[in-house]
Design a protein around this ligand. Structure first.
Ligand SMILES: [Zn+2]
Length: 174
């Protein structure tokens, strides 16, 4: 038997005994472990306490060295959104190391984007239509932004209509 300190998504800490670590994994994956306080089945291992009873040290060695404690609420929050078996490995996000120049550039991009969004008219999916009207002199030139499919963008480009993708910064994606 092995005892685990567990915590539910609400942060209630409790302990439970399992036959071995594999038994815990199985039960956790199938949401068979309930928080005794609130009944939640979104439970994560808080801190491993490899307190073996009955069995001698042998085949089923405790994995305490390999499993860092996950007592933080952040780990619980991740676990509550991810499927059980992915709880320990949140999806990687694009990241970059930046030089000061690149940081400056990024700041400028952000400023450009904010300027555009603030001063241009949002025309949504009517962007190709509006851009054409301006290009062919049907309406007065103004700054607009909106959406265009790759196909529409290609057509506009072929008609000689100049436009630019709105810079999107990695941390602003929804
Ligand atoms: Zn609870």
């Amino acid at each position: 038997m092995i005892r685990y300190a567990l915590a539910c998504e609400q942060g209630h800490a409790f302990e439970s005994w399992f036959q071995n670590s594999a038994a815990y994994d199985r039960q956790a994956a199938r949401r068979l472990i309930n928080c005794p306080v609130c009944g939640s089945t979104k439970v994560t291992k808080a801190l491993m306490t490899p307190q073996l009873s009955g069995t001698k040290k042998g085949g089923d060695a405790p994995r305490s060295a390999a499993a860092p404690s996950q007592a933080t609420s952040a780990a619980a929050a991740v676990a509550s959104q991810a499927p059980p078996d992915a709880a320990a490995a949140p999806a990687p996000a694009p990241v970059a190391m930046m030089t000061p120049q690149e940081r400056e550039l990024r700041k400028k991009l952000k400023e450009l984007r904010q300027h555009l969004v603030k001063n241009a008219d949002y025309v949504g999916q009517k962007f190709p239509e509006e851009a054409r009207k301006m290009h062919y002199g049907e309406v007065k030139h103004r700054s607009i932004y909106g959406e265009a499919t790759p196909g529409q963008a290609k057509e506009l480009h072929e008609e000689g209509i100049e436009f630019h993708p709105l810079p999107v910064l990695p941390d602003e994606r929804n």
